[in-house]
Design a protein around this ligand. Structure first.
Ligand SMILES: [Fe+2]
Length: 364
């Protein structure tokens, strides 16, 4: 169990063991290639083990997000965790309230998250000083002058939809985001968006053009910002990571196709000229940014745990709370499969004829 102070104790952080630590001399070994064993494929699709204690279940939006109340993820069986993977693949994200997961300690927290895959080790985000390197700490407050999180958000819009660490050869699947303290009142929500729907809402012949393309993902830009913001004190635990991934991938659990380019890490479309690639990526990033009709917004309370599947969603912070409010969370990020490329079906089921129908409508 972990040290914890009382709420409101002179404004002291309630989870001092989870405060962020920045060590410019630290390095980490990446996880390396591994065989991914997908828990969602083992699940009972009715989710009887996951949902048996649930007191309330509701959708946050039609295309993304389900909130499940009355379930403690710290007490789930392996069968229930398999069902969590399945349901998260279907719904993009799951929200659990009032979790004791906040208080079970580093090792027990890691054990649950690592059920879904080996945990990613971040190249520049802080971890607890005396805690495992796999913990990514998000901490915003006014009492420490060395906090870098607001500095890292300066000079750009806080709305940046992304996949966490897509430049990994095997990018993350399910991801755990656990809120320890959140600002009083509203603010600091996460917007989570369905990349299934982002893809499906494009016109059929446009979708066909995207399938089969690949794109380069790289950590070069975030690392350049870390250096720009922190100079000699920059945390660079790993060299620049790069990977080429399909622009449209297939989820191994649902078999659904999803858009897999994001504005934080995707640099260019492979084989295209700069102007062509820039134009296409700008369009796709704008398409995601505009997609309020396939996104949900998750509001936090202390003890909220959000689990999202990075293979079929993107997410953005909101950063709309008053500066100085304490927002303290940690993330654990299991890695998953090598992305499965989507291939355009020769038999499109009449989709391209729908395009012709659209043209007729436009002409009329
Ligand atoms: Fe993120």
């Amino acid at each position: 169990m972990i040290a914890k102070t009382s709420p409101g104790e002179l404004g002291a952080p309630q989870y001092p063991d989870y405060l962020p630590h920045y060590d410019p001399l630290e390095s980490v070994e990446p996880v390396g290639p591994f065989e991914h064993d997908e828990p969602g494929l083992r699940a009972d699709k009715e989710c009887p083990n996951l949902l048996k204690g649930a007191t309330k279940i509701f959708e946050l939006s039609p295309h993304c997000g389900t909130e499940i109340q009355g379930v403690q993820i710290s007490r789930l069986s392996n069968a229930a965790l398999d069902e969590m993977a399945y349901l998260c693949a279907e719904r993009g994200c799951l929200v659990f309230r009032d979790q004791d997961y906040t208080d079970i300690g580093f090792e027990a927290q890691k054990k649950i998250a690592s059920y879904f895959g080996p945990l990613h080790k971040h190249g520049w985000m802080p971890h607890p000083e005396n805690g495992p390197v796999e913990f990514v700490i998000v901490y915003d407050s006014k009492e420490r002058s060395d906090l870098r999180i607001r500095k890292s958000w300066a000079r750009k819009s806080p709305i940046q939809f992304h996949v966490d660490q897509s430049p990994e050869a095997q990018p993350p699947g399910l991801t755990f985001f656990c809120m320890l303290e959140s600002p009083p009142g509203s603010g600091g929500d996460t917007i989570i968006s369905s990349m299934y729907r982002a893809f499906e809402r494009l016109s059929p012949s446009f979708r066909k053009r995207l399938e089969g393309l690949t794109a380069l993902h790289t950590t070069a830009n975030p690392i350049a910002r870390e250096l720009r913001d922190n100079g000699d004190l920059a945390v660079l635990r790993r060299p620049i990571t790069k990977a080429v991934h399909p622009v449209v991938q297939v989820h191994p659990v649902t078999g659904r196709k999803s858009l897999f380019v994001n504005s934080s890490y995707t640099q260019r479309i492979t084989g295209w000229d700069d102007e062509e690639s820039d134009m296409m990526l700008r369009f796709l990033f704008d398409h995601v940014n505009r997609g309020q009709d396939f996104a949900c917004r998750v509001r936090y309370e202390p003890g909220t745990v959000v689990v999202w599947d990075q293979r079929c969603t993107q997410h953005s912070q909101t950063l709309d709370y008053e500066a100085g409010g304490r927002r303290h969370a940690f993330r654990l990020t299991p890695l998953a499969n090598v992305p499965i490329p989507s291939k355009a079906d020769d038999d499109d089921g009449g989709d391209c004829a729908q395009d012709e129908g659209r043209m007729m409508l436009n002409l009329c």
